[in-house]
Design a protein. Structure first.
Length: 227
């Protein structure tokens, strides 16, 4: 290793600082949402702060967990982009982008920045200095194909469930009830569904997103199925 190459501690300190900054930003948004009523439920801020603290202190064990988790989340995120047109109708996505360009652009920018940060952490924690420090400490080599497969597989599995549910009789009834409220001239997509079974029967509640060329609306639907 050349004298100009950073030491393992220097790399860990940088990664820890970035992790703590991300965690603090998440907590700040959480507090802002609590004050203003904006929904935000990440819950990862405190975990990122704690992990960042230990990585910044030079913990190779925590750094290994962080790298594994970063690969997992990055893989799941990339897979989500690939399957999204099948999870949510492309026309709905394009309509949302056209009607709310600022919101969609901000969400895309934040998501892109987070993904870039994850990739950066994976690269930094894979640098030779860190790997040599791990070898010197007798720590095992982690195979990154495992979090890649798990992350992408989880996203693909959830997408398959969503696609299958969209074709189910329950989803069809939810769309019919939404159509009964708004009438023709809209397209419908089930975005949320809560099904609860009781001794008396089944209670179904859901949110159906309706859209056309000029508007997007969320319609609440509910019905009971008696035994």
């Amino acid at each position: 290793m050349s004298s100009s190459a950073p030491s393992s501690l220097a790399v860990l300190r940088r990664v820890g600082q970035v992790l703590m900054a991300l965690g603090l930003a998440d907590v700040a948004v959480l507090l802002y949402g609590a004050v203003t009523g904006v929904s935000w439920s990440s819950g990862l801020g405190f975990l990122a702060i704690a992990a960042g603290f230990f990585v910044m202190r030079g913990s190779l064990r925590v750094a290994s967990v962080v790298r594994w988790a970063a690969v997992f989340v990055a893989s799941a995120s990339v897979a989500l982009v690939v399957v999204w047109p099948w999870v949510q109708p492309l026309d709905l996505t394009l309509t949302l982008a056209r009607l709310n360009p600022g919101t969609v652009a901000l969400a895309a920018a934040v998501s892109g920045a987070l993904l870039a940060a994850l990739v950066w952490m994976v690269v930094q924690l894979g640098r030779p200095a860190v790997q040599q420090a791990r070898a010197a400490a007798g720590r095992p080599v982690r195979r990154l194909y495992i979090p890649v497969v798990l992350g992408a597989g989880l996203t693909a599995g959830l997408a398959a469930i969503a696609i299958t549910f969209a074709a189910s009789p329950t989803a069809a009834r939810a769309r019919e009830l939404a159509a009964a409220q708004l009438g023709s001239g809209w397209r419908y997509h089930v975005t949320a569904m809560n099904i609860q079974s009781t001794p008396q029967g089944t209670s179904v509640r859901g949110i159906v997103t309706a859209w056309n060329a000029t508007a997007v609306r969320n319609v609440a639907v509910r019905w009971e199925e008696r035994r």
